[in-house]
Design a protein around this ligand. Sequence first.
Ligand SMILES: CC(C)(COP(=O)(O)OP(=O)(O)OC[C@H]1O[C@@H](n2cnc3c(N)ncnc32)[C@H](O)[C@@H]1OP(=O)(O)O)[C@@H](O)C(=O)NCCC(=O)NCCS
Length: 163
Amino acid sequence: MESSHKTVAESATRINQFTNPEHANLLGNVHGGVILKLCDECGGITAARHAGLPAVTVAVDSMTFYEPVHIGQLLNLEGRITYVGRSSMEVEVIVKAENLLTGEITHTNSAFYIFVAVDGSGAPAEVPRLKLTSAEERRRFEEGRERQVRRLERAGRQISGAV
Ligand SMILES: CC(C)(COP(=O)(O)OP(=O)(O)OC[C@H]1O[C@@H](n2cnc3c(N)ncnc32)[C@H](O)[C@@H]1OP(=O)(O)O)[C@@H](O)C(=O)NCCC(=O)NCCS
């Protein structure tokens, strides 16, 4: 297959979720699992947009909870591709919580999700190359590649020579 290219902007994804009492943990804040699921959805949409194929989560890295999210805040999630291999894609997901009454916005979470595009039989499938359009995107791509090398080392694997 001839390689195609897509920019980071073409797959960048934003989703919002208003938080209700059904999302609460024992302390009355938003349950961490709710945030993890939303991050996985936001990252998965970003990856599927880039790949033009279904994408499955293969790893999650560096998920950090900086601040609690309070029930009644609006969650804003942003996903953008940082790095692609042959079939794998790293997506950075950033979560912010907005107080709709005061307008205050708090950065509550960040994580890197790694997805693999799959074909109709569930086998890894090649994704478009990432067309990098700025020095920042090139820096983020290199950082993503280094993270992927370290992940694969931990998993006892080697990075492919696809990029
Ligand atoms: C994702 C999956 C298809 C990969 O299968 P596999 O046999 O490891 O396939 P490959 O060895 O060809 O690896 C595919 C890609 O995944 C990457 N990968 C595999 N394990 C990884 C890990 N632990 N961390 C990061 N990347 C990983 C490989 O580096 C490769 O990337 P590349 O194509 O860009 O070089 C398989 O592991 C799977 O089905 N996992 C379950 C996914 C799932 O159910 N997720 C939850 C619901 S969405």
